[in-house]
Design a protein around this ligand. Structure first.
Ligand code: ATP
Length: 494
């Protein structure tokens, strides 16, 4: 009604201006620009739109092909998408619609990407929001936001002539946590109740089919009502990628970058066990920044390797330890590296005394393959590598320093893993039933035994420790290959 009135008034004004011999070209131009902007924003959804004061960015074209290492999640998600695509058949069979899918897994594994790809796959409009955006101090505001989110989804789909809408709610546990568990629980409960009401109202025969995709790192915190059939009844795990997955992600994120021919992405994938997709994207980005800083036209293996250090440990620190401290640090790192290389040949890839984040120096190991199950022998050798630094300091300087604090914490943690997994002499135990002091006694016994073992192991390598420390002082970083050359020279000499 208002639109028609405005259009009529504008037309009348133009006719009047023409009759009065007025130059109307600038007005026509302005009106054209305004109409184009309206068409782009509202009809095509090319600019962010607003819901309840929050900005929602419409879908960039993300397909399942631009997501690496999540093959199982993609297959499950595609299967679920068939519910949306074949809604007529689903209705004919009397199957109830799929209303919600829950993506659960660690941060940065690609949950948002998967939801966006699902929207592209089903040609649905995509609205993205986060659980925390619904929670306010005032009761009723969150519930109102949930209502307007659903009506906005319908509106946007109609405007863009689409039959489907996907609402993506990140951090679902904030909005959908167990009811009654929050201090201001009235507001939380009302918001969650409203979401349940909206979900219950979704039907297959509505003009616009709506699907909610929730994402969480803590599925255990969700209210059971959300997980019951008819709500988020499909759960898809989005786990950290395995080695092949990491390689696929690295390939995706380096496709637009100039890589040197020598670059071995598989090697980087091996070294990055435990990295998420977001970490790996960051590695490729940091490597490109390093190359740019060095004015190198190509990204080399060295840039990628340094980028892994940066993502793992943080930015290089400006602080410069004294020469004496640096020598101790070099001996300490050489100790870790020699123990690692002797126990697991060819496993050390890099030793450095460059300080980053919390670490003064760092020795990087490359596992043969991703490991999910550990034997006692493996855990003991990992303890040995942790103790290698302190033992090397004792052998060379006659005493150790505070530099081993974190190594000891890690060694004790590993010893406790041996005990609680039933791999120690105590047999299968329940930690809470152990007499006081027993855990300490048992873990100390493991550490003391391993310390003796490492001392015997390192004694014959004192010359190699000195040579490696010297190289570290000169170059700050020694590669696995250089480490192996030092060890080979020593074994030839002896
Ligand atoms: P959060 O739980 O923190 O919200 P998320 O699981 O939703 O994280 P995304 O936002 O999808 O993670 O990923 C962040 C970025 O990390 C992506 O934009 C992408 O660059 C990269 N990334 C993460 N996972 C993958 C993957 N599997 N394949 C390719 N890139 C990925």
């Amino acid at each position: 009604m208002v639109k028609e009135f405005l259009a009529g008034a504008a037309a009348a004004l133009l006719v009047f201006a023409l009759l009065m011999d007025f130059n109307i070209t600038p007005f026509l131009l302005l009106a054209g620009i305004a109409a184009l902007a309206y068409w782009m924003i509202v009809k095509k959804g090319m600019l962010p739109t607003t819901i309840g004061g929050k900005s929602y960015t419409p879908l960039e074209k993300i397909s399942f092909n631009s997501i690496g290492g999540q093959d199982t999640a993609i297959t499950e998600l595609k299967e679920a998408m068939e519910f949306m695509l074949r809604s007529k058949e689903i209705r004919a069979m009397g199957i109830r619609p799929l209303k919600g899918i829950l993506l659960s897994g660690p941060p940065g594994t690609g949950k948002t990407l998967l939801a966006k790809a699902a929207a592209a796959y089903t040609d649905a409009v995509f609205l993205e929001t986060s659980g925390s955006e619904f929670i306010e101090m005032y009761a009723g505001v969150g519930a109102q936001r949930v209502r307007s989110l659903f009506s906005r989804a319908r509106e946007m789909a109609k405007q863009q002539h689409k039959k489907r809408a996907i609402i993506f709610i990140d951090e679902l546990e904030v909005l959908g946590g167990k009811r009654g568990s929050h201090s201001s629980h009235l507001e939380y409960d009302q918001t969650l109740n409203q979401l349940l009401v909206e979900m219950d109202g979704l039907k297959t025969d509505s003009e616009v089919q709506i699907l909610i995709i929730g994402a969480t790192n803590r599925a255990d915190l969700l209210d059971q009502a959300l997980l019951r059939p008819g709500r988020f009844d499909r759960q898809v795990r989005v786990d950290l990628p395995d080695r092949e997955g990491r390689l696929a992600i690295l390939k995706l994120h380096t496709a637009n970058k100039p890589l040197a021919a020598e670059v071995d992405l598989d090697m980087i994938a091996r070294e990055t066990f435990g990295f998420s997709g977001a970490h790996l994207e960051s590695v490729t980005n940091e490597a490109a920044i390093l190359a740019l800083r060095e004015k190198s036209p190509l990204i080399t293996q060295k840039h990628l390797s340094e980028a892994v250090d940066k993502v793992m440990l943080g930015e290089k620190l400006g602080r410069k330890p004294s020469q004496e401290e640096l020598y101790r640090l070099a001996i300490h790192e050489a100790g870790h590296a020699v123990v690692g290389e002797v126990l697991r040949p060819r496993s050390i890839t890099r030793v450095t005394i460059t300080s980053r984040g919390q670490a003064l120096g760092y020795t990087r190991q490359k596992p043969e393959h991703d490991i999910y199950l550990y034997t006692r022998e493996y855990l003991e050798s990992q303890i040995d590598i942790c103790l290698g630094g302190a033992v090397a300091e004792t052998l060379i300087f006659g005493g150790r320093s505070t530099g081993s604090l974190n190594d000891f914490k890690e060694a004790i943690r590993l010893a406790r893993v041996i005990i609680t997994s039933g791999l120690s002499e105590l047999g299968v135990i329940a930690e809470e039933n152990l007499p006081p002091g027993q855990m300490h006694k048992a873990s100390s016994a493991i550490i003391t035994k391993e310390e003796k073992k490492v001392t015997e192991l390192l004694k014959p390598y004192q010359q190699a420790l000195g040579e490696l420390a010297q190289q570290l002082l000169e170059k700050e970083t020694v590669t696995g290959q250089e480490l192996r050359s030092v060890l080979e020279r020593q074994s030839i000499a002896s």
